[in-house]
Every structure is written in C-alpha cells, then in structure tokens.
Design a protein around this ligand. Structure first.
Ligand SMILES: Cc1cc2nc3c(=O)[nH]c(=O)nc-3n(C[C@H](O)[C@H](O)[C@H](O)COP(=O)(O)OP(=O)(O)OC[C@H]3O[C@@H](n4cnc5c(N)ncnc54)[C@H](O)[C@@H]3O)c2cc1C
Length: 505
C-alpha cells in the first residue's frame, strides 16, 4: 500500500492541476521551480513550501479553485500582494499548500465621494489607491503604512496592521468584507450581507453576530473584497517631531497618553530609538567598526551630525488652523520639560526649508537638505502618502548597497519583526526596551525598536531583528534571537499582536 500511495497522490494532484488550469488558464498556474523558489522565500528561515501557485482573477475563479482543492484534499494559502516582509512574506502556513496569489485582482469596485468609503479587491496596492484618490480629486485621504507602496490594503487590514494617519488602526475602519469559505460558498459581512440595505456601505455590524473577525489572521477563507472608511482631509495639517534622552521614555509616553486619548494627537504617534533612526539614514557603518559591534562614540557622532537623540518621535496635527494653534500650545506645555527638542512643521515651512536648505543650513550649522530627506517621507505618511523610503532600514546589515527597487525576499534581506502589545503606560515601554536591548545585545545585533501609540490606551512595540541572510549562520542566529526575545516578552506579559508565519513560543 505504501508503495502505491505516492503515485496515487501524484495522479490526484495532476487531476487537480489540470482542473485548475481549465479555470484560471494555463498562464495563471505555475509549478515552475524558479517561481516556487521565490514564493517559498521569506526574510528569515522558513521550512514550509508551496507546491504550486494559482493566480485567479475573480471571485468565481477563486470559488471554483477552492472546490477543486477540497475535492483533492489540498490546502490553499491566499496572499494579496505577498509582501508580508518580516512576518513570513508569501510562505504558506501549511507545508505543501497551493499559494493563491490575488495580485491580479486590482479593481477598485466602488468609491463613494460623499460618505468616504471605498471597496477594493485584494491586489489593490497602497500606491494604486493613492493615485486613484488623487485622480478623483478626493476630499478623503487613505491611511498609509511604512511598507512598500506596492503592498496591498487587503492583506494588511486582514493582518490588523497599522499606518500613520488617524485611521492608522486599519481594522477599526473596515466596514464589510466578502470571502469565499473553504466549501466554495461566499459570505458577506455587516449590513452588506442584506440585499438592498441602504446602510450596506456604512454599517459594519448589520444584524446578528459579527463575522468579519473570523477572516483576519485566520485563513478561514479567501477575502475577495473589502469596504473601508477613508479619512476626511482636514482643513490644515502640521507635523511635530521631538526627541529626548533615554531616561525620559516613561515620562514622555505618559505625557502623550492624555493627548492621544482626548484627540489632540489624533494619529498613531511613532517613537523610534537611535538605531531605528540611524537604520533609516544609512546602512551599518562597517567602515567605522570592522563589524565588531557599534561603539557608543559611533552612534553619538551620528546623533550629533543628524540632530537625533536616544528616542525620536513624530506625530500629526489635524484640524482647522485655529485648532492646530491650540494643539501646539497644549503639546508644547505637556512635553517641554521632557524633550530635548520639539519642532512643528507645516507644508509651508517644509517648502521654505527645501528652497533655502543650503543657506539655512550654513546659518544653523546643520545639513538641512539631509534632514529634509529624513523628515519629508514621514510628513507624507502622516497624510496617507505611501513611500518606499522606510524599506531602506531593512538593508541595515547588508554589505551590498540598497537597490533602486527593493525586493526584500530576492535581496536576501534578513528581517524578523517582533511586535509585542501593552497598555499605553510609560513603564511598559521601559520594560519592553530593556528586554529587547538585552536580548539583541546578547546576539550582537542592534536593537532597532519603535513604539506606536495605536490608541489612547494601546501601545504597540515593533522590534526589528535585522541581518544579512547571506552571512554564514546568520539565519539560525536570528531565529534563536527571535525565540529568546519572544519567549521573554511572552513570559513578561507581552504577547505579539501579530505573528504571520512566525511561531509564538
Ligand atoms: C520596512 C518595513 C516597514 C513596514 N511597515 C509596516 C507598517 O507600517 N505597518 C504594517 O502593518 N506593516 C508594515 N510592514 C510589514 C508588511 O510589509 C506589511 O504589513 C504589508 O502590508 C503586508 O504585505 P501584503 O500587503 O502584501 O500582505 P500579504 O502578504 O498579501 O498578506 C498577508 C497575510 O494576510 C493573509 N491574507 C492576505 N490576503 C488575504 C486574502 N485575500 N484572504 C485571506 N487572507 C489573506 C495571508 O495570511 C497572508 O499571508 C513593514 C515591513 C517592512 C519591511
């Protein structure tokens, strides 16, 4: 019997492949070893492999493909654009699954310019949505994450990822979704499930139990479209940038909490440590260190040159000019004694700085043009403008230079995100920082840490284990580091809010 099993299985798979080919067309199914090699590669060591890739183009094809998979007892792993970098990229959660790549489904199915809602297919990218809203001259902004402009909205929402605007907690702004379940039938969530409901586009809960949560971080079905809320563009926007020494971390977080809670600071403020900032500016300074750890004098010299500190934050202010004047006063008062520097930047100020960078820099003794390069993308992100600049930080430990079109999987970038969640209390930030720094130090890796004030009550940490996959033994070392770090975080009460293909210890 054992001898017979393998040929029978292969025959069944051949039948499945040919049935899928009939549905999606020969050009949209592959078992080519190069295609599979790139699909089975992540930014860290993984062992599960997809056996084939399907590229359906609509809900009907998805449903038919699923029925065939079910008939042949094959598993499907859906991805939207498959750039879940740092969490497992496209690699399937089950070994031998068939990857269902939805990047061909790029339609914007509905846009309501009055209510500010939009319905998207899984392949719609951040850049595509941004361009669409621009072209529509929309009064609404999308939310943008720090990942590539070519990443999807759907995959990120389903992972409960977050961006930089007041709608940064993306899952909160989901209205409804449609998904194909594993029996091939379609489920619609929210009021949209009721044919002809006037509130279909705006009522998330509809009637009865809420089903949408079943399809996030779950693999309980293939989501074929989502409807989300867009943010009304404010009359005026300004950003604030601040920096402070390590000993003030707890105080600054506690000072920001009430401002985040009462809406003075409406967006998900991000606070990054010196390594986070430095990795955004340049790659590891091999020439200054011989790769033997980063001495304090090196990091201090960069801090001095670029004007950053142990911790550095950015937030957005949204409202009328009058409101923002008042917000600035409140923020200054709350942070003045705790930060070493705080700067408010409007579009006008940024434009002047760009025009006069050279002269201003000479007067102030700083490289303003250099600084603008750092500030401008963040300024844009807080207004929902996607940028590829943040991807540069993932190449921190690479010895080769950063390519013009980064593809973290193909470039053998090593990156594992560890994303613990905590209550928004300064003491938690201090403990998270201490655990992460101690563990990464033991592995001779820089602790690249950021905190996000996701709401007035929720703090999210993002710790990046960043390395070069081409370096001998680095994959194993990074995974050991991740295991140690996530175990210690879990034991201390800080489980991750998101795992992707990473294992919770
Ligand atoms: C430098 C850098 C910065 C980053 N910044 C951010 C950030 O600011 N915020 C953030 O959240 N992330 C960030 N990321 C992580 C990641 O790149 C993004 O979350 C990205 O949006 C995920 O990739 P994707 O959109 O291609 O999703 P996909 O890879 O397509 O999907 C992710 C997972 O969701 C599920 N899924 C996807 N589509 C479907 C579907 N249609 N039906 C059912 N399940 C589905 C699958 O399990 C899939 O593996 C960053 C990464 C890097 C390298």
């Amino acid at each position: 019997m054992q001898v017979m099993k393998e040929p029978v299985t292969q025959l069944m798979h051949l039948e499945a492949f040919s049935a899928w080919e009939d549905i999606v067309g020969a050009d949209y199914i592959t078992i080519d070893s190069n295609d599979l090699k790139s699909a089975n590669c992540a930014t860290f060591l993984t062992h599960k492999k997809a056996r084939a890739i399907l590229y359906p183009r609509n809900q009907f094809e998805i449903s038919e493909c699923i029925k065939i998979a079910r008939k042949h007892s094959l598993q499907i792993h859906p991805v939207s654009t498959g750039k879940n970098w740092g969490y497992g990229s496209k690699v399937p959660s089950v070994d031998g699954a068939v990857l269902m790549d939805l990047s061909r489904m790029t339609q914007i199915l509905d846009y309501d310019p009055i209510l500010g809602t939009i319905t998207l297919e899984p392949g719609v990218t951040q850049q595509q949505l941004y361009d669409f809203l621009k072209q529509e001259n929309s009064r609404f902004w999308m939310d943008a994450t720090g990942s590539s402009p070519d990443t999807s909205i759907v995959g990120n929402v389903l992972q409960r990822g977050y961006g930089h605007t007041p709608y940064g907690n993306r899952w909160e702004h989901l209205i409804s979704l449609e998904a194909v379940k594993w029996d091939g039938t379609v489920v619609k969530t929210g009021m949209a499930a009721i044919e002809g409901a006037a509130a279909a586009k705006v009522h998330r809960y509809g009637v009865g139990p809420c089903l949408d949560g079943l399809f996030s971080q779950s693999n309980y079905g293939v989501v074929t479209q989502i409807t989300i809320e867009l943010m009304p563009a404010p009359e005026h926007f300004e950003a604030f940038f601040f920096s402070f020494p390590a000993e003030n971390l707890s105080d600054v977080i506690d000072a920001l909490r009430p401002l985040r809670m009462n809406g003075v600071v409406a967006n998900a403020v991000h606070i990054g440590n010196a390594f986070k900032v430095l990795s955004g500016i340049r790659q590891y300074p091999w020439e200054m260190t011989n790769g033997e750890g980063l001495p304090a004098w090196v990091i201090n010299s960069f801090k001095k040159d670029w004007g950053f500190n142990d911790w550095n934050g950015a937030g957005g202010l949204y409202g009328t000019k009058k409101q923002i004047r008042e917000y600035k006063r409140i923020i200054r008062k709350a942070l003045a004694a705790k930060v070493s520097k705080i700067r408010f930047i409007s579009a006008r100020k940024l434009a002047i700085a760009k025009r006069m960078g050279g002269i201003l820099g000479a007067v102030m003794g700083m490289n303003i043009n250099q600084l603008i390069k750092l500030v401008e993308p963040v300024f844009g992100l807080m207004q929902g403008q996607p940028t590829a600049t943040q991807l540069r930080s993932a190449y921190w430990r690479k010895r080769s230079s950063i390519p013009l079109k980064p593809d973290l999987d193909a470039d053998d970038v090593g990156l594992i995100w560890c994303s613990p969640a905590a209550s928004l209390l300064g003491c938690h930030a201090v403990v998270l920082d201490k655990i992460a720094t101690e563990v990464l130090d033991q592995f001779e890796l820089e602790p690249i840490i950021a905190f996000t004030l996701l709401s007035g009550r929720l703090l999210s940490g993002t710790i990046g284990i960043t390395y070069d996959r081409r370096s001998d033994g680095a994959d194993r070392l990074a995974m050991d580091c991740y295991q140690k770090l996530s175990t210690q975080l879990l034991d201390s009460g800080y489980p991750a809010y998101r795992l992707g293909q990473l294992a919770q210890p």
